[in-house]
Design a protein. Sequence first.
Length: 219
Amino acid sequence: MVNKKKSLQKNNTPSPIIVKLEKLKPPKKYLPLVVLIIIAVLLGLLFYFKGLFIAAIVNGQPISRLEVIKELEKQGGQRTLESLITKNLILQEARKNKINISSKELDEEIKKIESQVSKQGQNLDQLMAAQGITRDLLKEQIRVQKIIEKILGNKITVTDKEVDDYIQNNKQSLPENLQGDELKKNIKQQLQQQKLSTAFQQWMEQARKDAKISTFVTY
């Protein structure tokens, strides 16, 4: 019986862990201060990251980024969506065929563009700035273009006869600063791009038919 009483007394003793936790509870008089600190921190974060939510403020009235996005969707939402679907299909085909575009290939292509632009008396960076294009965006466009060339390039050929026929039939519109082999090389590149564009349109039409595309937004 004595042992039972002792065990009951031990069970009635408060747990030291509970006591410690109770001691850690802040006094109620500090709760308003804690709430104010939390609000101040949240307001500070909202101010610091205001660009994530607010695009502009006009005479004290904010224009949210959501408003901007909605307006952009109205103006070109469908076109942008179609462009993204097209790009996605191209990149999926690249992964399927293990096609990679190296940084070296991109840099070489940019150098070619810089050279062509320079010959016209222009600067590539200034030209991109005027069109609102960054170098990263240009590289991404080149990467997609190079993927298309690798997917379809081996199916496209331009013969010397096609080049000669083009020169013969378009004498009035030929560039005056190009002659001989340089002119033929330029014309051949143009004809290749035309054929590539036609082949790509046909390929993309078939790719869209074969793909499972579900759209959840109508613009």
